[in-house]
Write a protein that binds this ligand. Structure first.
Ligand code: PMV
Length: 346
């Protein structure tokens, strides 16, 4: 084994879906296709070191302190050991940190599993003497990330990516995401995201439980049809620079995700009164200023306010004037579409 094969260190961004993955078909396969973009400032940095041992035991440190997330990683390594046979020949020392505060209520599973999968893929390629510069490197990292957290498979590419079988691209399947590199209108290269932190408390229902509730959901079939239609419309909007259509699809998807939660059995509500207040103020601001802004929402109460670079000053003034009062302790994250993961030096 070469020196580089024993250790790897990567930074991987979080991503925010515009067409939402909600519901699984099989183990870690999506019920419908999804489309997202990676963030620039919200990321995880992880280093993986192989240590002597043969049971894939994990010593996990978060911000330098031992942490029980190691148990979840051990289970994850179990799942992927059929793909990476060398896993069973080692133990692991893993250090991780996030760029965003732990208590912000920002989901970190996409960036954490993305960073971990990139490290494992680098070690795998080094052990088998393969070059890391082909597209198969990121595809493998995407596939491994998916096994930890579905949405993580979209975090290993720059800009926009798409995951799940669709009529749009033959190359896009359920195993790994693919990047959307060609033909995206320049408007979207300056896409910005003000993440308005409404509540940092623990979620009442986990994403895994939410995915499961889609199996028997009354709107199961219509949700799948809606996601396919929305991904087609959104892709067209991205190619043509149709910002009105972009806004229409993005808000429809965000509200549909939460509508699925509110109409499942049992039902649950992750939005808070302040989330709704922010949504209605964003819509009123758009109406009166004619500035193309919109919102999207993850599986939680925080609101992502999306806007374009040219309107930065007006939108930031609006955020400060009207929205921060509805955020927990006035907190928000100033973010934008990002350049994707980065391999870090030791
Ligand atoms: O990757 P998971 O299992 O945490 O699911 C994430 C689902 C959403 O964030 C709500 C939507 C998405 O596509 O990212």
């Amino acid at each position: 084994m070469t020196g580089t094969a024993k250790r790897a260190r990567w930074r991987c961004p979080s991503n925010i879906a515009l067409v939402k993955y909600w519901g699984k078909r099989n183990f870690q396969k999506p019920m419908n296709p999804s489309l997202s973009f990676v963030l620039g400032n919200s990321f995880t940095e992880t280093s993986v070191e192989l240590v002597k041992g043969s049971e894939h035991k994990v010593e996990f440190f978060f911000d330098g302190l031992a942490n029980n997330f190691g148990e979840r990683i051990e289970k994850y390594l179990d799942h992927i050991s059929a793909r990476l046979h060398w896993i069973d020949k080692f133990n692991f020392r893993i250090h991780s940190r996030n760029s965003f505060p732990h208590s912000a209520g920002i989901a970190s599973s996409a960036s954490s599993f993305g960073a971990l999968a990139l490290c494992l893929t680098e070690i795998d390629f080094a052990l088998s003497g393969k070059e890391m510069n082909g597209s198969d490197f990121l595809q493998k990292a995407s596939d491994l990330a998916r096994m930890g957290s579905g949405s993580a498979c979209r975090s290993v590419y720059p800009g926009f990516s798409i995951w799940g079988s669709t009529q749009l691209f033959e190359s896009c399947g359920d195993e790994f995401a693919i990047p959307l590199t060609e033909g995206i209108h320049p408007f979207f290269s300056g896409l910005r995201d003000a993440i308005l932190l409404v509540d940092s408390g623990a979620k009442e229902v986990s994403s895994s439980a939410g995915h499961r509730l889609m199996d028997e959901h009354l709107y199961h079939r219509s949700r799948i049809a809606q996601a396919h239609e929305n991904i087609n419309r959104l892709y067209l909007a991205l190619l043509t620079g149709d910002r009105a259509k972009f806004i229409d699809v993005v808000e429809n998807e965000a509200l549909s995700l939460h509508a699925m939660m509110m109409t499942s059995n049992p039902s649950f509500i992750l939005l808070k009164p302040n989330s709704l207040e922010i949504i209605s103020r964003i819509r009123r601001f758009r109406e009166r200023s004619k500035i193309p802004v919109c919102f999207t929402i993850d599986a939680g109460p925080n609101i992502h306010l999306l806007y374009f670079q040219e309107h930065e000053l007006d939108v930031k003034a609006f955020v400060e004037r009207e929205l921060l009062v509805f955020c927990e302790n006035g907190k928000w994250i100033d973010d934008q579409i990002g350049a994707g993961p980065e391999r870090l030096k030791d």
